[in-house]
Design a protein around this ligand. Structure first.
Ligand SMILES: Nc1nc2c(c(=O)[nH]1)N[C@H]1C(S)=C(S)[C@@H](COP(=O)(O)O)O[C@H]1N2
Ligand SMILES: [Mo]
Length: 212
């Protein structure tokens, strides 16, 4: 199965304010973690339907459904690298195995070293959202997120943690790493809104109050 990235591009155009860059730059905050297979797991916890948590070893990921998603990668600083073929576990399939409670509205995707990205549940379960193990037919390289990275093609790059380790279901929104540093809590590339000062539109004032 393959799917387009759903970013609403017109013909060969890019989303608002983005420019194409050659190749695939490496961009992240902090050091590249070392993969220790004996200690690694992927966990789902928080507001699950059972109140319990779930965990998969790296080998167990191989038993899960797999898919391919072709998409561009849009950094919120305005650079876009194009034509990435991601292979891995569709997020919706994983979430079906670890159902969120009905009250869960958002999730935090956690990486090594406490990097987190908050996501609306609908963005996490979108049909092009994928937990990627491979890129263009090869395992991810360490600097691009090996062994696992979240890819949400219709959101800016900061919404896709490299070195993903867990997903926490939330009953209200909470800022992640870049969201605490002034980036937009939704991060939809189609809106062109990158910064928290652009969040006012349509936001629930109570929610904003809690957010600040
Ligand atoms: N763990 C972690 N994941 C991260 C980041 C980070 O700092 N730490 N940066 C994000 C940002 S802002 C972007 S644009 C992409 C860049 O991915 P790339 O290095 O594969 O191009 O990774 C995202 N994932
Ligand atoms: Mo980015």
């Amino acid at each position: 199965m393959s799917a387009e990235d759903g970013t609403g591009r017109e013909s060969d155009g890019l989303p608002p304010g983005q420019r194409r860059v050659a190749g695939w730059p490496v961009s992240h905050y902090g050091p590249v973690p070392r993969f220790r297979p004996e200690r690694w797991d992927l966990r789902i916890f928080g507001a699950t339907g059972t109140a319990g948590s779930y965990a998969w070893t790296y080998d167990e990921l191989g038993d899960l459904p797999r898919t391919t998603v072709v998409a561009d990668l849009h950094c919120a600083t305005g650079t876009t690298s194009t034509g990435h073929e991601w292979f891995g576990v569709p997020a919706a399939a994983l979430l079906a195995l670890a159902p969120p409670a009905p009250e869960a509205t958002h999730a935090m995707a956690w990486a090594e070293y406490g990097y987190g990205a908050n996501l609306r549940m609908a963005d996490l379960t979108a049909d092009t959202t994928i937990l990627a193990t491979h890129h263009n037919g090869e395992p991810l390289t360490a600097e691009h997120g090996f062994p696992l990275r979240l890819v949400v093609p219709h959101l800016y790059g900061y919404k896709g943690p490299k070195w993903l380790r867990s997903i926490e279901y939330l009953t209200e929104d909470r800022p992640g790493f870049w969201e605490e540093r002034g980036y937009h809590r939704v991060g939809d590339v189609r809106s062109g809104k990158r910064y928290s000062h652009e969040e006012e539109d349509g936001a629930d004032p109570d929610q904003l109050e809690r957010w600040r």
